[in-house]
Ligand binder design. Structure first.
Ligand code: 4NP
Length: 175
């Protein structure tokens, strides 16, 4: 489907990109998956000039690493190439990004502890708040589990990124 991507009003601050940051614990499984899937979706909708995506971890344990091999392999089976490098979430991300999307309540608590204004707090959302077909209240950490955990993560992320993109399009009035 072809989309016309004119920005209709000033909600997106006169052409400034909408910035989305996905956050999990290690930044090697869930959040890089969300980043890769969201980037693909944005390209499919030809919105890459309007929306920017990144990911980070609340820990710095895997700083500089590629996504976990299992995450990459499961993603590849669905046509994704997850190639981001892990980095730690920083307090300044709360100013730079418009949407900070966390995977579970522990991520939520950790990110929230760095927020100092209502504006920053209001940017933090659970990924599953954007779910359309699933009823999970968080995206479960797959790191210590098996293949089915990674497949579930991908199912949840594919579903919620669709919901998130829809919400951004409505809020920021992309035609
Ligand atoms: P993620 O998964 O938060 O989805 O990237 C994890 C990755 C690494 C570890 C835990 C969770 N770890 O304990 O090293």
């Amino acid at each position: 489907m072809k989309h016309s991507n004119k920005i209709k009003d000033s909600n997106n601050r006169e052409g400034k990109k909408v910035r989305v940051l996905f956050v999990c614990l290690g930044n090697i499984c869930r959040s890089p998956g969300a980043e890769g899937i969201m980037k693909q979706l944005i390209e499919d909708h030809e919105l890459q000039d309007f929306i920017e995506v990144d990911s980070a971890g609340t820990s710095g344990w895997h700083e500089g690493d590629l996504p976990d091999e299992r995450m990459r392999a499961h993603g590849a089976k669905r046509g994704y190439d997850f190639l981001s490098r892990a980095r730690r979430f920083r307090k300044r991300d709360l100013d730079k990004f418009d949407y900070i999307i966390v995977m579970d309540s522990s991520n939520y608590t950790n990110v929230k502890s760095l927020a100092s204004t209502k504006e920053q707090l209001d940017k933090i959302h659970m990924m599953t708040d954007y779910s359309q077909q699933y009823n999970h209240d968080h995206v479960p950490d797959p790191y210590y589990g098996g293949a089915s955990g990674f497949e579930l993560v991908l199912d949840l992320l594919e579903d919620a990124t669709e919901g998130l993109l829809q919400a951004i399009k409505e809020k920021h009035a992309f035609a």
